[in-house]
Design a protein around this ligand. Sequence first.
Ligand code: THU
Length: 129
Amino acid sequence: MLKDIAKSVWANAYAPYSKFKVGVAIKTIDGSVFSGVNVENAAYPEGTCAEAAAIAAMCAAGQREIVEVYVIADCKEPVPPCGGCRQKLAEFSKPDVPVTMATIAGKEKTIVVSDLLPGSFSKNFFTNK
Ligand code: THU
């Protein structure tokens, strides 16, 4: 289950500066699951988001199509992916792919990729010139 995987990797996030750990699990069209955590750095801009880590693992395995996303953090309200991660998720997802945002305490909210990033820039613009 994506929830269990995201929650278990969440604990391993490296976030000593923000103290805000994020865990992500994504499922691809072949049923594989990839996970990621945020990894911060003393040189702050070098930190990376959990979504980016999960997507990198997915690409390394040769997968390119996301069918479901689960993002979790220890906050009061379900954690929304940042703007950059919305663009990264949209790159590999159809508009109707569900993204569940969650809290460690168990609160969840699910929305689809096209609602996360309406009117997004995409590779379609390269071909529809
Ligand atoms: N963070 C993520 O990993 N994903 C998001 O979509 C939101 C923000 C991380 C980045 C940084 O390490 C910490 O949360 C605080 O911004």
